[in-house]
Ligand binder design. Structure first.
Ligand SMILES: Nc1nc2c(ncn2[C@@H]2O[C@H](COP(=O)(O)OP(=O)(O)O)[C@@H](O)[C@H]2O)c(=O)[nH]1
Ligand SMILES: [Mg+2]
Ligand SMILES: [Zn+2]
Length: 329
């Protein structure tokens, strides 16, 4: 790479311009974040248009420096977009590494099927699902039950209280992940689950970054909603967090990712049992000699996860992936 080029991550894109933050020696002081510090305003090379490739927030890119913009921001040109590990359409994001599935212990009553759909959608895209059980102080029993289900299934699952007294563990987890590589995380879950409360509590600089800032380039709050990544300090390590108020369960949970035969593999505690049932075509719903059902009976697999599986299987049967959009694929 020449001296005039660097690698970075796209944080936002508006009207053919992209905000790119260089990797990786990035300080995460508040001023740095609030002043758009270190973010290059970049055009994309025309070649991407010909290839039908739209750079997305989360993309890892190679940039050539190109002086400064009229208002003094460092400027550049995106020369290359790195291979994506995944991409989402709504919200338009690439390379998410973690999806925090936020489940309230109470108020509103937790619906675990919704959470399991989010988890499967993440699994199918190679995004690590992480469980955050909020409002634990409102119903410690419910929180404990949910945590047991997801820890038992093999997920990192965190208990959180409104007073923030349990935030440390989640922050330590993020810092540990970030020390191993770029973390690009989003928070999803039903409305009222406590996503905004949790995010602004554990990332005070995110509140700062998403607040009433006069940006050099007008974008965000008052225009069309777009996904944007914000650099935040998580336990001393830099993480990128997607600000996506539109990240509803509906947007992300449609299980168009799976066929009936793929689905069991998206339940990570079922996957090792595949091939161990009596019948090769076992659907793991009611068959004799089903290895999954045996583990449900012995309570090694939770009834609630199995119930979600059955419900999702039924939904896929009613609306198989090959029928969507009226065409086979
Ligand atoms: N008791 C309690 N209330 C909470 C907690 N987290 C959020 N809330 C409340 O739950 C409501 C919804 O929270 P919000 O963060 O807006 O949820 P979102 O829709 O998922 O972003 C608000 O009234 C919050 O004050 C918590 O941990 N404990
Ligand atoms: Mg919210
Ligand atoms: Zn089976």
């Amino acid at each position: 790479m020449s001296e005039n080029t660097f690698k970075g991550i796209i944080l936002w894109g508006v009207g053919g311009l992209y905000g790119v933050r260089p990797y990786p020696e990035i300080s995460v002081t508040d001023t740095d974040i609030s002043e758009d510090g270190g973010v290059y305003v970049c055009r994309a090379r025309g070649v991407f248009r010909h290839e039908g490739l739209t750079p997305l927030p989360g993309d890892s890119v190679t940039v050539s420096r190109e002086g400064v913009t009229a208002d003094g921001s460092p400027a550049g040109v995106i020369d290359a977009v790195g291979q994506r590990r995944n991409s989402l359409v709504r919200p338009a994001l690439a390379n998410l590494t973690h999806l925090f599935t936020v489940i309230p212990a109470a108020q509103p009553t937790p619906v675990l099927t919704g959470a399991d759909k989010l988890i499967c959608a993440a699994e199918s895209r190679g995004i690590e699902p992480v469980i955050a059980v909020t409002k634990a102080e409102l119903s410690p029993d419910s929180a404990e039950k949910i945590l047991k289900i997801y820890r038992g299934a093999g997920f990192a699952a965190f208990e959180l209280r409104g007073d923030g007294s349990l935030d440390g563990e989640l922050c330590a987890y993020l810092a540990k992940q970030a020390a191993r590589g770029v973390v690009c995380a989003a928070f999803a879950g039903v409305s009222g689950a406590g996503k905004s409360t949790l995010m602004s509590r554990i990332f005070p600089d995110l509140r700062l970054a998403t607040g009433e800032l006069s940006r050099k380039i007008q974008r965000g709050k008052h225009t069309t909603r777009r996904a944007e990544l914000y650099p935040v300090n998580a336990g001393g390590e830099l993480c990128f967090i997607a600000d996506t108020p539109g990240f509803s369960v509906m947007d992300f949970s449609r299980c168009d990712c799976a066929s009936t035969s793929d689905l069991p593999y998206l339940f990570r505690e079922f996957a090792p049992l595949m091939g161990k049932c009596r019948y090769t075509k076992c659907t793991h719903t009611s068959e004799e000699g089903c290895a999954v059902l045996e583990k449900v009976a012995s309570e090694e697999i939770s009834e609630s996860r199995h119930a979600s599986y059955c419900e999702m299987l039924e939904e896929i049967r009613k609306n198989p992936p090959w029928k969507k959009n009226g065409k086979y694929r």
